[in-house]
Structures are given as C-alpha cells and as structure tokens.
Design a protein around this ligand. Structure first.
Ligand SMILES: Cc1cc2nc3c(=O)[nH]c(=O)nc-3n(C[C@H](O)[C@H](O)[C@H](O)COP(=O)(O)OP(=O)(O)OC[C@H]3O[C@@H](n4cnc5c(N)ncnc54)[C@H](O)[C@@H]3O)c2cc1C
Length: 475
C-alpha cells in the first residue's frame, strides 16, 4: 500500500473525494502553464479536520498541496506529476465566525470567497477593500497565502495590511490560534505574519480576522489620457494632493492593451475618442458626507489640463458608466488569453521609477523582441506594472512565447534588478518563479527561508517544490 493510500484509508469518506472530474479542476493551473495529478481531493469541514489530515500526512510522509480558488498565476496550488500528492481544499470551511461592526473587524474561515466577504461588509455599510479581477472565485485563504494586492492597495494596502489575526494548522498538525482582532498586540513575534504570502509552504490557513472600513458613500471615477508616460507620477502626486489622499485606485492602461482588448472582445467601446498612447483609470472614495470629491477632481483636471499633463478625459456620471470603465481594465488579462497568451512580467519598481522602467522595458522589447506586441497595464500607483509580451498577429503563439521567455524576459528582469525592483510584485513565487528567486533573490534571505521551512516543516510535506528551496525532501 502506498503511503497516500494509508492516509486516505484512515480518513472518513466524507473528507475524501476521488471523482476524477472534480480533481481535474485542480490539477492544472488557471493559465494552463502547469499540470500535475493527484489521487484525491480532501475537503475538511473544520479546523480539527485539517489538523487530522495534516498530522496523518506528516506521519506517513505524504505531500499535501492546499488549493483555494485556483486563480493563482504561479502554479502554487498545482500538485506535481507523481500522482501521489494530495490536494486539500477548504471550500466547505466558509463560515463567518464573528462580525464586530464597532471594532470594524470580521473573522471568517479560509474557504470564504472574496466577493462574499465584500458583500457581507457592504450589508453592514462597511467595506472590505481587497478587490481583484478574480474575486468571484478566489478564497480569502488563497489571498492571504499569496498576499494579494489588487486595485485598492493604494489607499488600503495589500492583504497583509488587512489581516489582524490568523488561525492556521502547522505541518506537525498543531493549531496556531491567533485570531484576536486587536489593532495593537505586541506579545512577542507576530508569527501569523509568516504565514501571509507563504503560499501554503509553512501551514494551512484555516481562518482570519480581517480589518473593515467605513463604506464609501461618495465615489468619483475618471478615465484620462495623459500626454506622455513621464506624466504618470506628476499626475499621481497631484491626484493625491487634490483629493486629500482619497485616491484608492490609480491604474495604468496602455493604448496597446486597450487596442488588444477592443480587438479581441466584441461589444466593448473605447471610453475616449482619440488615439492617445497612455491612459489612467483613477478612483477616489470617501465615507464623508461633506467632502465634495467631484469638485476636487474638477480642480485636478483644470490644473492638469492647463499644464498639459492630461489631454483628454471622462468622469463616470452613473454607476453603469463606472462599471464599464472598470470592466475594460479588468478584462485586459482575458484579451491576452484570447490573443493566445502572453509572457507575463508582474514587476514592481519605486513609484518614482515607473515611467523610466516602462520606457526602458519597451526599448528592450523593441530591440530584442522579434516584432513582439506589448500589453502594459497595472497598479502603477503602487509601483506595480504588468509588463506583458505577446506574439505578433499570425505567428505561432506558443513557440514565439518560448522565445520571448528565453531571450527577452531575462533582460526585463535584469532591468528590474538594476532598478532595485521586484521580480514578483503580487503573484508570489509558486513553482513559476523559483529560478528567478535563485538568480535575483538575496542569498541571506534565501538561506533563512530554507532554514525556516526546515524548522517548521522538517519532513517537507507541505507543498514541496514551491516557494522555497529545500535541501532535500524526506518524502
Ligand atoms: C482575472 C484575474 C485577476 C487577478 N488579479 C490579481 C490582482 O489584481 N492582484 C493579485 O495579487 N492577484 C491577482 N490575481 C491572482 C490570484 O487571483 C491571486 O493570487 C489570489 O490571491 C489567489 O487566490 P486563490 O484562492 O485562487 O488561491 P490559489 O490559486 O488556489 O492558491 C494560491 C496559493 O495559495 C496557497 N493556498 C490557497 N489556499 C490556502 C490556504 N487556505 N492555506 C495555505 N495556503 C493556501 C496555494 O497552495 C497556492 O500556493 C488575479 C487572477 C486572475 C485570474
């Protein structure tokens, strides 16, 4: 009997699903870049179930891979091809354990879908601000484990900034219970922070206490064309100033990304009639009934038009128009998929270096890209851009993208490193970026990460081969 069969035999039938069709939903990643196999999907209902599963896997040295909504971009939740790694999904752990309106906090189980948490907050006139294109399917456990960023990080921070406390099952089956929703708590090491962004390598997140905010009651959304890429940061500075830092999103959309989307998806209309090269989708929100955001934005426009930063623009006058503008921004990844895929570079540099990075990166693609197309967009207000390279029309996408990955990507990552930036801004490492970590990661940090992994998960049973280099696996 194989060790995983022993584990499965010891678990109650209710926890084990062997349906090949259901398992198949989790053995390939969202972008179809990674695929593997697994004999079973484990579906706990309680933290104690998770603890039992993890203990058994540890005892019998069976690898266990946590999966959330399977929307990650780095293959973190895809098992390997051995067919012996078990997958664990917390989809049935989707209860709200506590909502404390006065404390502006909510404690939820890790299998809750992100949009359900947003809806729950909204019903109480509150806001859970984490917002991603995948929010209808990703789970808060996955968001925490990838430290997801999204479109509101400018004002509210990334997932790490929204987590007050965590509950997690550690590789030895013990439960780290640190769910206290206190704003200040300095009782020694903030161990729960280690689990955030660990992509399941140090423990399985089972619940979290999250920060809530007062719901915005006024919102202004604008789509503007800027004169030149170098106008990005002057516009951001002015936008922050005029709105008293109420700016929650500042998203860049290149003409190339917009054209790609309009080309590939029917029924979409460009928000502006001109053929400008650079656009910003910006949104400011306030929970104050007296702050006049429209007036602030009009003053901002007046100033930026008069000094030539903004050349065209539109302000959404209805919720429908607002949604349409966001729909365009959020559908760019789908436009890339419809084109045949892209080589993604999810990178960050200092906000003050963003325009220079886009200019230098574009020059690299023009010089070494064999006629490649670019799709550049992203959360530039946070210094994070998705600098994606696509094949020219009519060229075999997959062969071309392989060429780009070997000839162009290293140059882009070298540029990021020279600018002191990050080769993974918000998607993590998973199995996709381990080689980049080897090339560009700080050696001391890598060594410490390996030591921590060895200390917390000595048998290496939790999602082996991802995030961290392990000297050897016992399994
Ligand atoms: C259309 C689209 C738009 C996106 N936009 C953004 C964006 O703006 N910003 C951004 O940051 N990301 C974005 N993403 C990427 C992705 O949605 C996020 O990384 C998200 O946080 C992943 O959550 P998930 O539940 O799907 O996790 P999965 O993909 O299932 O897993 C991700 C990682 O977390 C681990 N994991 C999952 N659940 C747990 C758990 N309970 N305990 C421990 N480990 C766990 C997995 O093993 C894996 O390593 C986008 C993806 C898509 C498809």
């Amino acid at each position: 009997m194989k060790p995983f069969e022993t584990v499965l035999a010891e678990l109650s039938d209710d926890l084990v699903l062997r349906d090949r069709d259901v398992i198949g939903r989790f053995t390939t990643d969202f972008r179809r870049k990674f695929s593997g196999d697994s004999p079973a999907l484990l579906r706990p209902r309680t933290t104690e179930d998770v603890a039992r599963i993890v203990s058994l896997c540890g005892q019998h040295k069976v690898a266990l891979v946590p999966v959330g909504g399977n929307t990650g971009y780095c293959g973190g939740s895809t098992p390997d091809k051995s067919g012996e790694q078990l997958i664990i999904s917390l989809e049935r752990m989707n209860n709200v354990r506590e909502l404390d309106v006065d404390n502006l906090s909510v404690t939820v189980e890790a299998g809750c879908i992100l949009s359900n948490i947003q809806d729950l907050a909204e019903q109480e006139q509150l806001l859970f601000p984490l917002s991603l294109g995948s929010q209808q399917s990703c789970q808060i456990g996955g968001n925490i484990s990838t430290n997801a960023g999204g479109v509101s990080a400018l004002r509210y921070g990334v997932t790490r900034d929204l987590v007050l406390g965590l509950e997690a099952v550690l590789p030895d089956g013990s439960i780290l219970s640190n769910l206290s929703p206190l704003r200040k708590d300095n009782r020694g090491y903030a161990l729960h922070q280690l689990l955030i962004g660990a992509e399941g390598s140090l423990g399985i997140v089972t619940a979290a206490s999250l920060r809530l905010f007062l719901a915005p009651i006024r919102r202004v959304t604008a789509f503007v064309a800027i004169n030149d890429i170098t106008d990005l940061m002057p516009l951001l500075a002015k936008a922050q100033q005029y709105t008293g830092e109420a700016m929650s999103s500042f998203e860049y959309v290149s003409r190339a990304s917009l054209d790609l989307l309009l080309d590939k998806k029917n029924g979409l209309r460009p928000p502006l009639s001109g053929k400008d090269q650079h656009y910003i989708l910006m949104e400011a929100v306030t929970s104050s009934p007296v702050l006049n955001l429209n007036e602030m934005i009009e003053c901002l426009f007046e100033d930026c038009i008069s000094d030539g930063i903004v050349v065209d623009g539109t302000i959404a006058t209805s919720e429908r128009q607002r949604r349409d503008l966001w729909h365009l921004r959020e559908n760019i990844p789908e436009g890339e998929v419809l084109h045949g895929g892209s080589v993604k570079h999810d990178v960050s540099v200092r906000v003050s270096d963003m325009a220079r990075f886009v200019q230098l990166g574009t020059a690299l693609v023009e010089r070494y890209g064999h006629g490649a197309r670019l799709s550049v967009y992203g959360h530039v207000g946070d210094g994070n851009v998705h600098f994606n390279v696509l094949s020219p029309e009519g060229v075999n996408c997959s062969a071309f993208l392989d060429l780009i990955a070997t000839e162009v990507s290293p140059r882009i990552y070298d540029l990021v490193a020279k600018m002191d930036g990050s080769f993974s801004a918000e998607y993590g490492l998973g199995q996709a970026k381990l080689d980049l970590q080897r090339t560009y990661g700080d050696p001391t940090k890598r060594r410490l990460m390996s030591s921590l992994k060895a200390l917390i998960d000595p048998a290496g049973t939790l999602t082996p081969g991802k995030v961290v280099e392990q000297a050897s696996y016992e399994i």
